[in-house]
Design a protein around this ligand. Structure first.
Ligand code: SF4
Ligand code: SF4
Length: 433
């Protein structure tokens, strides 16, 4: 079907009519602040989507470009006094675009390779990760980047090659068994989502999450047959694949028997919590709603159960980056800060614009690298002005993007998850430091 023949009839009027066009969201929107264009603001995009849905505007290439220019960071939702569910609107719009737009053969192959080839099978992702680790550890990556060899193939490859995360030496299943019993009395039974990129780039954070949980009276299940949460599929319009992963995980995590499904990557947690609403009309809505209702971010869960404060002293100055899908998506801001400041000797220095997107935004740093880099430069400047030695980030994509920003700025800053820090404090306590 030709895009110009389409409208967007399936976007709910209830979602679109909530916007009263007040403009309170504009100063918080990174794409508006960068361009000063109304059509690149939340209000402008909602107007465009509404006009499309009403058949007043053609479904054009420019329209699709504008929808893809949005970061889906949801800062506008936090600012909006009318409670507009902007994330739902943009994701619904992208779904309709994916369903109704003709895409080139090359794009279709790449999408299939990416969504069903890599992100549907963790073993394949791990195999690719091992190849990338070999490339990184043998110095080939250094050589290729130093002499700009990727630029010989394409400008895009040259832009995105340095974004690659450092691959973990061991993945989660080599670090953790499928079950870890609570230290002492069992009060909670929880399962841990190990993630897809999280598993290959931040497996140590998965280890830290499980170790912290067992020290807080939790039996922890880490099933090896778990699948990707499905967010990468849903955000790219492949909702059926996302639903398949959700249903697989309902069974893999024995969702009826656990108290909570623990997530340490904000993007996955945000999607899982909203999946009950997104798939409310699906045949299997009951199971998905149960999965959604049991999903907890690790910081949120630890604060809910009144986690044990460590006794050790760590002499550190840190700053905290609010991941969009934690602060704006899940409205979780105080729990990670509570964990950080519970550790004796740790000083939290707040940065300016801590909840301003770092440019990672799913695959945005790959698809819109120049805009993402502008946001990253702004974030790194704000981080450096705190003089902290560690940046705390609770989202996989943000941590990868921030690591890239740190490397290119020549800074010595380190990145940690709040749970890495808490685990370090527990370990120091156990060594009697
Ligand atoms: S999601 Fe982010 S980039 Fe998109 S309109 Fe809202 S504030 Fe702007
Ligand atoms: S703040 Fe909310 S109601 Fe106001 S223009 Fe933005 S989205 Fe619409």
């Amino acid at each position: 079907m030709n895009p110009s023949e389409n409208t967007l009839p399936t976007i709910s009027d209830d979602l679109l009519l909530q916007c009263m066009h007040c403009g309170m969201c504009l100063p918080t929107c990174p794409t508006y602040v960068l361009t000063k264009r109304e059509r690149s603001s939340p209000r402008g995009r909602i107007r465009l989507i509404k006009s499309m849905a009403e058949g007043k505007l053609n479904f054009t290439h420019e329209f699709i470009t504008e929808m893809n220019f949005c970061l889906d960071c949801r800062a506008c939702e936090t600012a909006c006094p009318a409670g507009v569910h902007y994330g739902r609107i943009i994701e619904e719009t992208r779904r309709v675009i994916a369903e109704t737009t003709k895409i080139s053969y090359k794009t279709r192959i790449l999408r299939r390779l990416f969504l069903t080839g890599l992100f549907a099978k963790q073993k394949r992702l791990q195999l690719l990760a091992r190849v990338v680790r070999f490339y990184q550890k043998t110095g080939m990556e250094w050589f290729v980047l130093k002499f700009n060899l990727t630029g010989l193939f394409s400008k895009k490859l040259k832009q995105i090659a340095p974004l690659s995360p450092k691959i973990s030496a061991k993945f989660t299943k080599q670090l953790l068994p499928e079950f870890l019993p609570a230290h002492g009395e069992t009060k909670y039974k929880v399962a841990l989502l190990t993630g897809c990129v999280q598993d290959i780039a931040f497996a140590e954070t998965n280890l830290a999450t499980a170790e912290v949980l067992v020290r807080n009276n939790c039996d922890v299940y880490i099933p090896q047959n778990q699948a990707c949460c499905g967010s990468v599929h849903a955000h790219t319009g492949a909702v059926e694949l996302a639903k398949k992963n959700l249903l697989h995980n309902c069974a893999a995590f024995y969702i009826d028997t656990i108290d909570a499904l623990i997530i340490n990557a904000a993007g996955c947690g945000s999607f899982l919590k909203e999946s009950g609403e997104i798939f409310s009309l699906a045949e299997d809505a009951v199971a998905i709603k149960k999965l959604a209702s049991k999903t907890r971010d690790i910081s949120e869960f630890l604060c809910e159960i009144n986690f044990r404060k460590p006794e050790a002293h760590l002499d550190l100055i840190v700053t905290y980056h609010d991941a969009c899908h934690l602060a704006h998506g899940q409205k979780i801001r105080s729990a990670p800060r509570e964990i950080i400041t519970s550790i004796n000797g740790v000083i939290l220095k707040e940065m300016r614009e801590s909840d301003w997107c770092c440019g990672s935004a799913g695959v945005y740093n790959i698809t819109h690298t120049e805009t993402a880099n502008k946001l990253l430069d702004r974030k790194i400047r704000n981080i450096q002005s705190t003089n902290a030695e560690i940046i705390i980030s609770a989202n996989t994509g943000c941590s990868i993007q921030l690591a890239y920003g740190i490397r290119t700025s020549g800074s010595q800053l380190k990145i940690m998850h709040p749970i890495d820090l808490l685990w370090r404090a527990y370990q120091a306590e156990e060594r009697n430091e």
